[in-house]
Design a protein around this ligand. Structure first.
Ligand code: ZN
Length: 166
């Protein structure tokens, strides 16, 4: 890629006005058709820090590192005070709210079951209720997993942060 063959330099080398060598560390992650991607990490982290960070990583992890750095840089520019911590806090609050709602719904289900049950079936129904509570506990875990996936997918796609900015 790049070099003396006349093909265009990577976005990093273009912005830094330097020659894009054959083994340019940025070239695989910053193609010339997406100049903003490098510009923003350069603005927040600096090209030389970025280069050092990538050099310290095995090649197979550099792509992911670039994705997260781009995400963090976008978040920092968008929210100079909290950066991506703002998004993390927002999602953590959502998880807490969902947990509260689930606990309230669980309590509601249990109390409805208590009201419906006939006096001579009390003990048996109590047992059923505990099983129900166990199921609900599993669905809380499920919602937490869903919320975690949500936050993971946000990290993979910087554009998705848009939906959390309001
Ligand atoms: Zn380059």
């Amino acid at each position: 890629m790049g070099g003396s063959s006349g093909s265009s330099p990577c976005a990093s080398c273009k912005l830094l006005r330097r020659r894009c060598s054959k083994d340019c560390i940025f070239a695989p992650y910053f193609p010339p058709n997406d100049p903003h991607k490098f510009a923003i990490v350069h603005k927040v982290f600096g090209a030389s820090n970025l280069s050092k960070m990538l050099q310290e990583l095995p090649v197979n992890q550099r792509g992911d590192a670039v994705s997260s750095l781009v995400y963090e840089a976008n978040a920092r520019v968008r929210d100079p005070v909290y950066g991506c911590v703002g998004t993390i806090s927002y999602l953590q609050n959502q998880v807490s709210e969902l947990q509260l709602q689930l606990a309230a719904a669980q309590a509601e289900v249990l109390s409805m079951q208590m009201r419906q049950q006939k006096p001579h079936l009390v003990e048996q129904d109590m047992e059923t209720s505990f099983h129900m509570a166990g199921d609900n506990f599993n669905s809380i875990s499920h919602y937490i997993a869903v919320a975690s996936n949500l936050s993971a997918s946000v990290i993979q796609d910087p554009l998705k942060i848009e939906s959390f900015s309001t």
